[in-house]
Design a protein around this ligand. Sequence first.
Ligand code: C5P
Length: 213
Amino acid sequence: MIIAVDGPAASGKGTLASGLARHYGLPHLDTGLLYRAVGRAVSDWEDQPGFEDAAIAAARALDASHLADVTELTSARSGVLASKVAVIGPVRAALFDYQRNFATQPGGAVLDGRDIGTNICPDADVKLFIQADSKARMERRARQLESRGLEVDRYALYHQIEERDARDMANPNGGFYKADDAHLLDTTLLDIEAALRAAIAIVETTMAHKAKL
Ligand code: C5P
């Protein structure tokens, strides 16, 4: 079974995807980490002429060893860098096979990101699109960073998330919208447990419905 989980920054999609993976005993790939790793690799080139070429080369050289430093990769700064490399078409193309191979491994997988249901796995068995309002998303991300002992400027974080949303939505090479057959799950008023229960209910209902066809 392939489960695609998409949604904007800090919507809770990563937590839900890893909860679904645990529940169904499936491997999980946070595809945002791939873009974050590429962004980190070219941070010295940010806003300079060689940025695109460096990002394309970094994406082509990417392997699992670049995804190990999760603390560094999940910083707010890495998120901004990720969204800057994610608009480059050849970067997305270079990362496609890694994601597709992960998704099609025997037994299936759970992947979360922005374009899983639209570009990477248009054939996924279940697609979820996770939404939450911007303030709730900022507060969640702030608490996540604070739990790691980091100091958070909430005002700056809110604007960073909005800036990233805007860049992602305008990405000419993305597919950052809800797939027609994706189920919308708004987690603004849900805690993690309630959101996971709702996501599992969607997976169960969808699979039961497909089994009847
Ligand atoms: O999901 P996360 O917030 O870690 O993603 C970081 C950035 O990577 C996003 O803002 C987006 O620009 C990019 N991304 C993407 N496609 C994906 C996953 C992430 O373009 N499948």
